[in-house]
Design a protein around this ligand. Sequence first.
Ligand code: COA
Ligand code: MG
Length: 290
Amino acid sequence: MSYHHRPFRSILYIPGDKQRALDKALTLDCDGIIFDLEDAVGIDSKAGARETLAAQLGSADYGRRAVLVRVNGHGTQWHEDDLKAICAIGPEAILLPKVDSAADVERLAAVLEQYENCADTKIWAMMESPLGILNAQEIAAAPRMAGMVVGSNDLLKDLNATQTPERTALVASLGTCLLAARAFGLVCIDGVYNAFKDEDGLAVECAQGQVMGFDGKSLIHPAQLAVTNEVFSPSDADIDLARRQVAAFEEAEASGKGIAVVDGKIVENLHIVTARKLLAMASVIVAAGS
Ligand code: COA
Ligand code: MG
């Protein structure tokens, strides 16, 4: 399935050393998993997490879920060992933290070239530093790039900004990532919502991200999955409207017209592209049973 016909609504972080959570994820309704060796793992557990995760990914089958491994960043004492252990498995994707420039991605791409197993391995970038956001365009254009994940906690820290429900401080960075991702055909995933027991607050933040154009949201707890999947799935009303738009446009075309009107709004060719995309995604989601 191509990246563009695959849902990326809910992408769950799992600390690489939490065996119980690694197993639990086999049954969770998430579109993707970020198996984390970086900030979710304490310094004393780094080596153990790497072994646990490599063993798990070598044996368990996560089915339709996207499998991303977040390694420790270049310049840390764990980076090379992480890559050795993870590249041997040939993962679907490596999520590189704290990407500042295209050179960071190129360096990882050159390493992946050395592993036969990694011929198809994609690179995803954590967008979480001011320099990374400013260089979003060159990062998006770098080799093997397939997706971006906003690291909102790191960004707030480096921006000297304050977290608010409207995310005023982050809007410029979120928009910049989306521009870069869309310009180069990448998946774009919104940052996490820290208060994992606050479902209403999560729903508001998911809706904000969905309106901006994100494919989905990164999550920290299974309790966040249902709300997120719902917000990022086409609603029944969306599907109904899209079907009516397609039907009305096809009828208009058949009588030699280029424009139809549905619910008092004009429908042109470009709206039909969006409507068809929405209907295709809705069928993929139904087929995935979620
Ligand atoms: N992925 C998969 N399963 C998870 C999970 C996750 N991120 N977080 C919790 N679970 C599981 C637990 O293992 C537990 O399973 P069980 O019923 O089989 O025992 C169940 O969900 C309930 O967990 P709960 O007790 O509510 O959470 P907790 O107190 O154990 O953990 C956190 C809370 C926030 C520490 C934990 O959710 C976590 O580590 N999240 C990921 C954090 C992370 O990766 N951060 C880095 C990126 S920001
Ligand atoms: Mg981070």
